[in-house]
Design a protein around this ligand. Structure first.
Ligand SMILES: [Cu+2]
Length: 42
């Protein structure tokens, strides 16, 4: 968790296969509040 005004970065390896991958925030109740997105691998 970050505080107000703080920043950080995350590095990860994307899947080998092109496509669209859903990701979600797993913090309690955040997914239900719409904190989710789509990762596009080209
Ligand atoms: Cu969240």
């Amino acid at each position: 968790m970050l505080g107000d005004g703080e920043t950080d970065s995350v590095t990860f390896t994307v899947p080998d296969k092109k496509g669209e991958y859903q990701y979600v925030c797993t913090f309690r109740a955040h997914f239900q509040a719409g904190m989710k997105g789509k990762l596009i691998v080209e």
